[in-house]
Design a protein around this ligand. Structure first.
Ligand SMILES: Cc1cc2nc3c(=O)[nH]c(=O)nc-3n(C[C@H](O)[C@H](O)[C@H](O)COP(=O)(O)OP(=O)(O)OC[C@H]3O[C@@H](n4cnc5c(N)ncnc54)[C@H](O)[C@@H]3O)c2cc1C
Length: 396
């Protein structure tokens, strides 16, 4: 039987970063993950398929955790421009140069982020890692958790944090419902060689068929995010390389010339999920376990990492003032700090999607919104979202 201050279920990017942040606060943390994280890395390896746009707020968090150097030592790509256009000639651009910033963020493989954090966790004396399945979870009369793992270990803690992704087991143990919106859209991801240079820009093309994004990696190499119907997704993923090349070159409107696949294509169903509560006495949800967003503006993991900033600040204050960190009053502060932001980002993504969809009324709206897009307030709002993932920061 092992006693910890906190048990975290799920050691993806968000759960691992939470475990490191709380270990650094002096808490005894148990991190349970079912899949071992691949920590070895060779720069000659092809890019993995899961790549995230990491914004400044996340970079700053990862720096404060002491893992940013380990991430940059593996492989990252800064992007300096975002270029958005639609099939009717509307085009707008956000440039790091105009904001007096070195870049607008970095493209990083999800595995690279997780591996860099795990390297630090393995060495941290306050954190114990378990690669295991949880066979049973139960709470006693005081709310303390007991988890039985399939390797025979029994873990006890007054606080359980769910960082176990969109299908969170912890959320189910807490009995918390979700508000769900199935977009009836799939996102195909894969890596491609581009004929023209990507100019360190993220490109997004909106057409009547959907959205197509190109995210810069190494020279003449991009990751694609291609939004299609649930019926089209398996067909595109299964078609041969030549057919895929034709289809993606067309879907990208030839933005970067001919595109040639250099990896398999895989697709993800897109669903907005908002847990009705993030906090309960003795339990908390963070990352995708709490909220998922449409990925078109690359906000998902950035929102999860913002959860950790709120978690660390709240626990740091509670510990300094002798407040139990498993108390609902403490955990509710994190929910209040984060749920509002997550909702705003979720709805913002839906608004963007709606605005650029092909209904005639939206054609008019887009025309009206052209001057707005060139307005300094609009660009600073966009910059705030791009760099910090927050709509509310402007008002602070
Ligand atoms: C196509 C696509 C593109 C995206 N692009 C971006 C982007 O550019 N920028 C961005 O910010 N976000 C992006 N996202 C969103 C981002 O990938 C997620 O928000 C992020 O992965 C969430 O991290 P997480 O750690 O909360 O959850 P996950 O990544 O889902 O990790 C959960 C972890 O918990 C583990 N786990 C699950 N159940 C258990 C259990 N019972 N016991 C133990 N462990 C368990 C899993 O093995 C996993 O390691 C994208 C998403 C998609 C689908």
């Amino acid at each position: 039987m092992k006693q910890h201050n906190v048990i975290i279920l799920g050691g993806g990017m968000v759960g691992a970063a939470a475990a490191l942040a709380l270990s650094q606060l002096g808490l005894k943390v148990a991190l349970i993950e079912t899949r071992p994280v691949k920590r070895e890395f060779d720069t000659n390896e092809p890019y993995s398929l899961r790549i995230s746009a990491i914004q400044r707020s996340s970079e700053n968090l990862l720096k404060s955790l002491g893992v940013w150097d380990a991430i940059t030592a593996r492989r990252i790509t800064p992007f300096i421009d975002m270029r958005i256009q639609d099939w009717q000639g509307f085009a707008t651009q956000l440039s790091a140069h105009d904001l007096h910033e070195p870049n607008l963020g970095h493209l990083v493989e999800n595995d690279v982020i997780a591996a860099a954090i795990w390297d630090s966790l393995i060495e941290h004396p306050n954190c114990t890692l378990y690669i295991a399945q949880t066979k049973q979870a139960a709470q006693d009369g005081q709310g303390n958790w007991r988890l039985n793992l399939d390797n025979g270990t029994e873990l006890h803690s007054p606080l359980l944090i769910g960082a176990d992704g969109a299908h969170s087991q912890v959320r189910q143990w807490m009995g918390i419902e979700q508000d769900i919106n199935d977009y009836q859209q799939h996102c195909i991801v894969g890596n491609v060689r581009t004929e023209k240079p990507h100019q360190q820009a993220c490109w997004q093309h909106y057409s009547e068929q959907g959205i197509f994004a190109l995210l810069p990696l190494s020279s003449h190499t991009c990751s694609i995010a291609w939004y299609v119907t649930p019926e089209e997704a398996p067909l595109h993923c299964a078609s041969n390389t030549n057919e895929q090349a034709e289809a993606i070159t067309y879907a990208s409107a030839g933005l970067l010339g001919r595109l040639t696949p250099i990896s398999e294509f895989v697709s993800f169903p897109l669903i907005r999920r908002q847990s009705q509560r993030y906090a309960q006495a003795n339990a908390l949800l963070i990352g995708d376990a709490a909220h998922t967003v449409h990925p078109q503006a690359g906000q998902g993991v950035n929102l999860g990492l913002l959860d950790i900033i709120a978690l660390r600040e709240t626990f740091s204050y509670a510990l300094a003032h002798g407040q139990p960190i498993h108390d609902l009053r403490v955990l509710s502060r994190i929910e209040r700090a984060r749920k509002h932001d997550a909702t705003l980002v979720q709805r913002g993504m839906e608004g963007l999607n709606w605005l650029f969809s092909n209904q005639p009324i939206n054609n008019r709206l887009r025309t009206i919104s052209k001057p707005f897009a060139q307005n300094p307030l609009a660009s600073s709002l966009l910059a705030n979202v791009a760099l910090h993932g927050r709509l509310t920061g402007l008002l602070e």
